[in-house]
Design a protein around this ligand. Structure first.
Ligand code: AMP
Length: 414
């Protein structure tokens, strides 16, 4: 990674302004129903405290503007960070002060009174109008609160907001927390100098949603394995009958172009040789396995067939790096989960670097209880997709570049 990481910073006695992703699911009363995202930030949180830093945490929670628009103050109140602070207190053992504002004199005074090891949690950043507008005034006010900035919210680095990007224009150094650094490292393993063969598996529903990913990956990969409902749009583009399978009409031209580009680039683009078809979208439907050129009206394809699954797994076994976006079948129904499960198990049992990013593939891997067996399962849906599209993510670009050896520019340890 060519950006500073939290470990490059000298944190003792410093005010550490850290953007985290505490946009947690909530129960109807506003309490936290799943603390996974809070726990994901604990490594960086504990590190700052161990190093004697004063930690100022900030995050958004939900979509306050929807409640403001609807005049629903009760709903809006449930997006205050208090339940998150309760949850954080339980995880770190007390010592978390929750403030009622994001910026301003009261916040500045509370920060000035902090001791090393203290934690402050600011109010929901989206309560400030300037947050989503990336307002320079708000960014500058936030920057006043810290000596160093740490980004540990991978789920929001694709957004140029005041707390994710703007603030970095007003302070330095800005570094990646452990969570963001791990995400960047793994995506760079795929997108820059991957160990080859590099294989991508793309599934999910709509080709149209994945145009940019398909186009970018065709510049990078050795093989592209297509599954999910989108395989039928590719088959249609090849002139095959696809029965009642999902078709993304607008995606047909995209699929044709992708097939041409794969040929030009020498990328092996695999489509399934057989398909699991059903007479309705239901786990209890009548089911049969047919060759890809044997699909009929009245039947819809809901998974790759066993021969295709074996061919895809063979390509995975030969790979050194694999990136997977989107399940290859309607995996929520057990009868159509076999293709995705075979892929997940092969990844789990092979010696490949496996990066699971975006789409529902992370849910599929979780369902098969194989999350821990993957090299990396991305925490950021939208951010992971944009990474694979080859986009520059504003919240990552804003971080301070690692200095040349011995050439510290900004107060890091370099
Ligand atoms: P995505 O969010 O693009 O990764 O799409 C994931 C969704 O695609 C999941 O809900 C799958 O059930 C669905 N899916 C995968 N294959 C098929 C298929 N052959 N027909 C219908 N839906 C599918």
């Amino acid at each position: 990674m060519n950006k500073l990481s939290i470990e490059d910073l000298d944190l003792a006695g410093k005010r550490v302004l850290m953007r985290v992703d505490f946009n947690v699911p909530q129960n109807p009363d506003g309490s936290v129903s799943d603390d996974k995202r809070i726990r994901a930030a604990l490594k960086s949180i504990n590190y700052v405290r161990e190093k004697g830093g004063k930690l100022i945490l900030m995050s958004h929670l939900g979509r306050p503007k929807d409640f403001i628009k609807a005049g629903d103050m009760e709903g809006l109140n449930k997006l205050k960070m208090d339940p998150v602070a309760d949850c954080l207190r339980a995880l770190v053992g007390g010592n978390v002060k929750k403030l009622d504002h994001v910026v301003g004199l009261e916040v500045e005074a509370a920060v000035a009174a902090m001791q090393p090891g203290d934690i402050i949690l600011l109010e929901n950043t989206r309560f400030e109008k300037g947050e989503e507008k990336n307002d320079p005034e708000l960014s500058a006010q936030l920057a006043k609160l810290g000596d160093v900035y740490v980004s540990d919210a991978f789920g929001t680095v694709h957004r140029a907001h005041a707390s994710t990007e703007g603030v970095c224009k007003f302070m330095s150094p800005c570094a990646a927390g452990f969570l963001v650094a791990k995400e960047m490292d793994y995506f760079l393993k795929v997108l820059e100098n991957p160990e080859r063969p590099l294989v991508a598996i793309l599934g999910g529903k709509k080709v149209e949603d994945k145009i940019l990913i398909i186009d970018n990956l065709l510049n990078l990969v050795d093989s592209l394995l297509i599954g999910g409902a989108m395989m039928f749009t590719f088959m249609k583009a090849q002139g095959l009958e696809i029965g009642d399978s999902l078709l993304d009409e607008k995606g047909i031209e995209v699929a044709k172009k992708a097939l041409e580009k794969a040929k030009e680039k020498g990328v092996s683009l695999l489509l399934p040789e057989d398909v699991v078809v059903a007479d309705k979208f239901d786990n209890d439907a009548n089911i049969k396995i047919v060759p890809a050129d044997g699909m009929e009206k009245g039947w819809m394809g809901l998974d790759i067939g066993p021969k295709a699954a074996e061919a895809y797994c063979e390509a995975i076994r030969k790979a050194k790096t694999v990136v997977w976006n989107g399940p290859v079948g309607a995996f929520e129904m057990p009868n159509f989960a076999k293709g995705s499960q075979a892929i997940a198990e092969t990844l789990a049992n092979s010696n490949v670097v496996s990066v699971i990013g975006g789409g529902d593939s992370a849910s599929a891997v979780k369902k098969f209880k194989l999350t821990d067996k993957m090299s990396h399962v991305s925490t950021g849906g939208g951010a992971a997709l944009e990474m694979l599209e080859g986009k520059i993510l504003p919240g990552l670009a804003a971080l301070t570049d690692k200095p040349e050896r011995g050439g510290c520019c900004c107060g890091c340890k370099g």
